[in-house]
Design a binder for this molecule. Structure first.
Ligand code: R5P
Length: 293
């Protein structure tokens, strides 16, 4: 087996290669003067099982196209099988047509990946897991929430209150609360499909003088977290952490969450950022071992 990394996941691919004990194939990346990308495998992949690691956070289109080039080139060079490890899948939130005429972008991404020649797909806390049964590719959708929860326990947050900022995140707080041995709850969030405006229903959370953690899959603009952090602070929570799997942290999301009362923001290296204190390399490595068996 050989590991190949795109430019968005070098750090993660290196860790996976160390944990699995299989070598990396270096790839040369260049940029043409007009902005087009160039890449070249500098080692043999013929008749090999090839694991391509490339997350697709911002700049999404660049990272996605590089992933497609890597997969298609590995296939063209005679790889025996191709596993794509894509921790964060760009466009994963657009999985249905909410308004007539809209692009169902997530479907398009999987069509492209399948046609490029992947045999197996590993992703982490994919936003719309039910969709993965319809894409015609064998998939493992693993979760990094237990790794985040263990990190919290190691940092003296056992029995903290776990809050889901919306119903979609309830599965995350159920999993986290089991590990942390604490209570959990959730907020009701509504997003206007046309304007994108988000509103929250107020709820009594019973968090006075308690430490709390908001768990979510993605922090993008930080708005969802800010509502949850503010609700916890208003109801007297002590320390409030914001924990996520995919820290996209667009613009001043970090500062805004801290201003809203967050003590700390914690994320994984699914998308490498200043808050990536938990590595997903061990859970991805276990997923690859399961695939190998
Ligand atoms: C949406 O349902 C997701 O789970 C996240 O809550 C959302 O993507 C976060 O986005 P933002 O940080 O922009 O509120």
């Amino acid at each position: 087996m050989k590991i190949v990394s795109g430019t968005a996941s070098k750090h993660l691919a290196g860790k996976i290669s160390d944990l699995l004990g299989y070598p990396m194939i270096p790839v040369e990346f260049k940029r043409f003067p007009d902005g087009e990308m160039y890449l070249r495998f500098t080692g043999e992949v013929k008749d090999e099982d090839v694991v391509i690691v490339q997350t697709t956070g911002p700049p999404q289109n660049e990272n996605l196209f590089q992933l497609l080039l890597l997969v298609d080139t590995a296939r063209d060079l005679g790889a025996r099988s191709i596993v794509a490890v894509v921790p964060y899948v760009a466009y994963g939130r657009q999985m249905q047509r909410y308004r007539p005429g809209e692009a169902v972008s997530a479907k398009t991404i999987f069509k492209l990946l399948k046609n490029a020649g992947i045999d197996y797909f590993i992703t982490v806390d994919f936003h719309s897991p039910e969709m993965l049964n319809t894409i015609g590719i064998s998939v493992q959708n693993i979760s990094a929430i237990p790794s985040l929860a263990h990190f919290m326990v190691q940092n003296n947050f056992s029995s903290a209150f776990s809050l889901a900022p919306d119903k979609g995140a309830v599965k995350f707080v159920e999993a986290a609360a089991r590990i942390m041995n604490g209570e959990y709850g959730w907020l009701e969030k509504k997003r206007d499909k046309i304007t994108g405006e988000v509103t929250f229903e107020l709820k009594d959370l019973n968090v006075k003088n308690k430490d709390a953690i908001v768990f979510d899959d993605i922090i993008s603009t930080g708005s969802t977290m800010i509502h949850a952090i503010s609700a916890l602070k208003k109801q007297g929570a002590k320390r409030v952490y914001a924990a996520c799997v995919h820290p996209l942290l667009i613009d001043d999301a970090m500062e805004r969450m801290l201003q809203a009362g967050a003590t700390k923001i914690v994320g994984t290296d699914s998308v490498l950022s200043s808050v990536s204190v938990v590595s997903i390399a061990p859970v991805v490595t276990e997923a690859l071992k399961r695939w190998l068996r």
